[in-house]
Write a protein that binds this ligand. Structure first.
Ligand SMILES: Cc1ncc(C[n+]2csc(CCOP(=O)(O)OP(=O)(O)O)c2C)c(N)n1
Ligand SMILES: CC(=O)[C@@H](O)[C@H](O)COP(=O)(O)O
Ligand SMILES: [Mg+2]
Length: 633
C-alpha cells in the first residue's frame, strides 16, 4: 500500500471538461467524493439534500458523456443541482448556497453558462430542452453553437400536464432530444397518481425482474437505432412488462429502467444514446432519494429539504420557535371545522406537508386530495367540487397558484363558485428566492370580479379567516398568510366569522393613518412604537380585506387624517392600488390628502433571510418610520 497522501480527484475537477479526461474507474471515485462534498456543503447551508444525493452518479455520467455547456443540460425544478454546481466552476462558492449574495439554490442563467435555463417551478425542463434544440437547428444565435439538449425530470415533476404537453410536441417534431426520467419513487411526499403506479410497475413487475437476469442479451431489446452502441449495457432492458410504453406512444424511444447508481449501466447507455439517437429518447433511470447518506435515505420526505445539520448524526440545528407555523395553524383550524362539517374538503398539489394538510389527510383521507404537481387541475377540480355542493379549500403556495390562473378566472371566478383559496407562502419566503416569492397573488386575485381577498395579520386572524371562508358560500374567497412561524399571539378558542369587507382599527392616533394588509402589521406596530418616542402617534388599521375594500373605514380614516400609508407584502398593483383607485374616484386628492403605498418594489429580489429581503424591499419597521417622517415633513 502506498503511503502517499491521497489527493481527492474532486480537487482536480473545476469544470466538466476536466472530468471527461478521467477513466471510468476514476469517475467512480469522483462520485464518492462529490457525494461527500454535497453532504458537507448542505450541512453548513441547509437546503435540498435528498434529490441531489440521488443524482450524484447521473450528474457525473451526464457531464462525462455530453459536451456541456455546449450541450444544454436542464434540471427540472433544479433542487437536485448542487452536485452539478460543484462540478461546474462553483465548488468554491458552494457553501454560500441559498444565502444572501450567494449561489442560488436553483439553476440560474445569470450564474453560469452551465445553467442554460432557470428552473424552480416544476415540469418545465422538456419544453426548455426542446426550445434549445429547435433554436439550434434553426441557427439561433447561441454563441457556443448548437448542441444536444437534455432534460432531467423527476417522477413527481413528470406527472404535471406541462411535461406531457412538451412530450406531445417533441414526439411530433421528432428532433433528437434526451429526456432522463429520474425515477426515485418520491415527490416531496410519497408520490401519488396513476403515472406513479405505472412507473413503479415498470421496475417491480416480476416478469421484468426475470428479464433483468437475462441482462447479457439486453442490448438486443433496445430500439433499433440505439442497439449497436449498447452492446456493453449489460443491465439495459426495454420495458416489455408494460403493455405499450406510454412514452413510446408519445413518439419517444424508451430505454430502461436502468440503475441510476451504477455507472456501469449509466455510462454505456448514455454513450450509446448520445452516439446513436436520431429522434427523441427517454431514458428511465431508477434512483434513490438521499442515496448514500443514511439520515436522508431513512426519511426521504424530510431529507427533501433540511436546515443545517450535524453530518455525523444527521441532527438538524434548528432555532426553536415559540409560535406555531402559519401552515400548521391553518391545517389545525381546517381539521376542527371539517370535524363539524362533512362538506369541507381540501386539495393540495403535491404539498401536503408544506401546507399543513397532513392532519387533514390523516383524519379525513376521503376528503383530502393530493392531486400531484398539477395546480391547474387542482383549481378546476376544486371548482367542480364546489359546483357539486362541497366546500373545497384549494390550498396552494402563492407562487405555484400562478400556474392555475386561467382556471381561477375561467372555471372559478366567472362561474362565481365558492372555492376557498388558502394561499400559503404569501410574500417573500427567504432562501428559495425570487422564484418562490409569493408576490403577485394580491394583484391577480383582487382584479377578479366577485373574488373576496383577505390577508391574515397574525395567526389568530388566520384562524378567523379559515372560519370565515368556510362560512362563505356566495362565491370564491381567498386568504393569504406567509411562510414560517406566527408572531406568538394567543389563538381564539371560538373563531369568528368576519364581516366581509370590514377592517379593524388597531390603534387610534392623529395626522397619519397606517393601513396594513397582512403580516406587515407587526412591523407597522414596531414603527409606531419608535414614532411615539418622537411625539407622533399614528392611527393603525388592519384592512383584513383587499377586496371588497372597507370603503367606510378607509374614507373615515381619510376624513380624520392628513395622510395615509398602505403597506402590503405584495407587488405593485395590489391592495395599495385598489385604495388609490378608491381615493381617486372619491376625489379625496383634490383636498390635498396625501397617500403613499408601500409594496414590494418592481424587481425580483434574490434569496436571503426574509428580514434581509424585506430590507431590500424597504418594508421593515425602520423604513415605515422613515416613510412616515418624510410624509409628515
Ligand atoms: C409547479 C410546482 N409545484 C410544486 C413544486 C414544489 N416541489 C418542488 S420539488 C417537488 C417534488 C418533485 O418530485 P420529483 O420531480 O420526483 O423530484 P425529486 O425531489 O423526487 O427528485 C415539488 C412538489 C414546484 N417546485 N413547482
Ligand atoms: C423546490 C421546491 O419547490 C420546494 O421544495 C420548496 O423549496 C419548498 O418550500 P418550503 O420549504 O417553503 O415548503
Ligand atoms: Mg422523485
Amino acid at each position: 500500500m502506498s503511503d502517499r497522501p491521497h489527493t481527492p480527484l474532486l480537487d482536480r475537477i473545476h469544470r466538466p471538461a476536466d472530468l471527461r479526461a478521467l477513466r471510468d474507474a476514476e469517475l467512480r471515485q469522483l462520485v464518492d467524493e462529490l457525494r461527500a462534498e454535497t453532504i458537507s456543503a448542505v450541512s453548513e447551508t441547509g437546503g435540498h439534500l435528498g434529490a441531489g444525493l440521488g443524482v450524484v452518479e447521473l450528474t457525473v455520467a451526464l457531464h462525462a458523456v455530453f459536451d456541456t455547456p455546449k450541450d444544454k443540460l436542464i434540471w427540472d425544478v433544479s433542487h437536485q443541482c448542487y452536485p452539478h454546481k460543484i462540478l461546474t466552476e462553483r465548488r468554491d462558492s458552494i457553501r454560500t448556497l441559498r444565502m444572501k449574495e450567494g449561489l442560488s439554490g436553483f439553476t440560474k442563467r445569470s450564474e453560469s453558462p452551465y445553467d442554460p435555463f432557470g428552473t424552480a417551478h416544476s415540469s418545465t425542463s422538456i419544453s426548455a430542452a426542446l426550445g434549445f434544440k429547435v433554436a439550434g437547428d434553426l441557427g439561433g444565435d447561441l454563441p457556443e453553437g448548437s448542441g444536444d439538449a437534455i432534460a432531467v425530470i423527476g417522477d413527481g415533476a413528470m406527472s404535471a400536464g406541462m411535461a406531457f404537453e412538451a412530450m406531445n410536441n417533441a414526439g411530433d417534431l421528432g428532433r433528437r432530444l434526451f429526456v432522463i426520467l429520474n425515477d426515485n419513487g418520491m415527490s416531496i411526499d410519497p408520490p401519488v397518481g396513476a403515472l406513479s403506479t405505472y412507473l413503479a410497475k415498470a421496475y417491480s413487475d416480476p416478469s421484468l425482474q426475470n428479464l433483468k437476469s437475462m441482462a447479457d442479451g439486453a442490448a438486443s431489446l433496445l430500439p433499433g437505432p440505439l442497439r449497436e452502441g449498447a452492446k456493453r449495457a449489460k443491465e439495459v432492458i426495454k420495458n416489455l412488462a408494460v403493455d405499450g410504453s406510454l412514452f413510446e406512444a408519445l413518439g419517444f424511444s424508451y430505454i430502461g429502467p436502468i440503475d441510476g447508481h451504477d455507472l456501469g449501466q449509466l455510462l454505456p447507455v448514455l454513450r450509446s444514446a448520445q452516439e446513436n439517437a436520431r429522434g427523441p429518447v427517454l431514458i428511465h433511470v431508477v434512483t434513490q432519494k438521499g442515496k448514500g447518506y443514511a439520515p436522508a435515505e431513512g426519511a426521504p420526505d424530510k431529507g427533501h429539504a433540511t436546515g443545517k445539520f450535524d453530518v455525523g448524526t444527521g441532527e438538524q440545528k434548528k432555532t426553536p420557535s415559540n409560535a406555531p407555523s402559519y401552515s400548521s395553524v391553518f391545517g389545525d383550524s381546517l381539521v376542527e371545522l371539517a370535524a363539524k362539517d362533512d362538506k369541507i374538503c381540501a386539495i393540495t398539489a403535491a404539498m401536503t406537508g408544506g401546507t399543513g394538510l397532513n392532519l387533514m389527510a390523516e383524519r379525513y383521507p376521503s376528503r383530502c386530495f393530493d392531486v400531484g404537481i398539477a395546480e391547474q387541475h387542482a383549481v378546476t377540480f376544486s371548482a367542480a367540487l364546489a359546483a357539486g355542493g362541497m366546500k373545497p379549500f384549494c390550498t396552494i403556495y402563492s407562487t405555484f397558484l400562478q400556474r392555475g390562473y386561467d382556471q381561477l378566472v375561467h372555471d372559478v371566478a366567472i362561474q362565481r363558485l365558492p372555492v376557498r383559496f388558502a394561499i400559503d407562502r404569501a410574500g417573500l419566503v427567504g432562501a428559495d428566492g425570487a422564484t418562490h416569492a409569493g408576490s403577485f397573488d394580491i394583484a391577480f386575485m383582487s382584479n377578479l370580479p366577485g373574488m373576496v381577498v383577505m390577508a391574515a395579520a397574525d395567526e389568530a386572524e388566520l384562524v378567523h379567516m379559515v372560519k370565515t371562508a368556510a362560512a362563505y358560500n356566495d362565491g370564491p374567497i381567498a386568504f393569504r398568510y406567509p411562510r414560517g412561524a406566527g408572531v406568538g399571539v394567543e389563538l381564539p378558542d371560538a373563531p369568528d366569522v368576519l364581516e366581509i369587507g370590514k377592517g379593524r382599527i388597531i390603534q387610534r392616533g392623529s395626522n397619519i393613518a397606517l393601513l396594513s394588509f397582512g403580516t406587515r402589521l407587526s412591523e407597522v406596530q414596531k414603527a409606531a412604537a419608535s414614532l411615539e418616542n418622537q411625539g407622533i402617534t399614528p392611527t393603525i388599521a388592519d384592512a383584513r380585506f383587499a377586496k371588497p375594500l372597507d370603503r367606510d373605514m378607509i374614507l373615515s380614516l381619510v376624513a380624520e387624517h392628513d395622510a395615509m400609508i398602505t403597506i402590503e407584502e405584495g407587488a405593485i398593483g395590489g391592495f395599495g392600488s385598489h385604495v388609490a383607485q378608491l381615493l381617486m374616484d372619491e376625489a379625496v386628492f383634490d383636498t390635498g390628502f396625501k397617500l403613499r403605498t408601500m409594496t414590494l418594489p418592481d424587481i425580483f429580489i434574490d434569496q436571503a433571510s426574509p428580514k434581509d429581503m424585506y430590507d431590500v424591499a424597504a418594508m421593515n419597521a425602520e423604513h415605515i418610520t422613515a416613510k412616515v417622517l418624510d410624509l409628515l415633513k
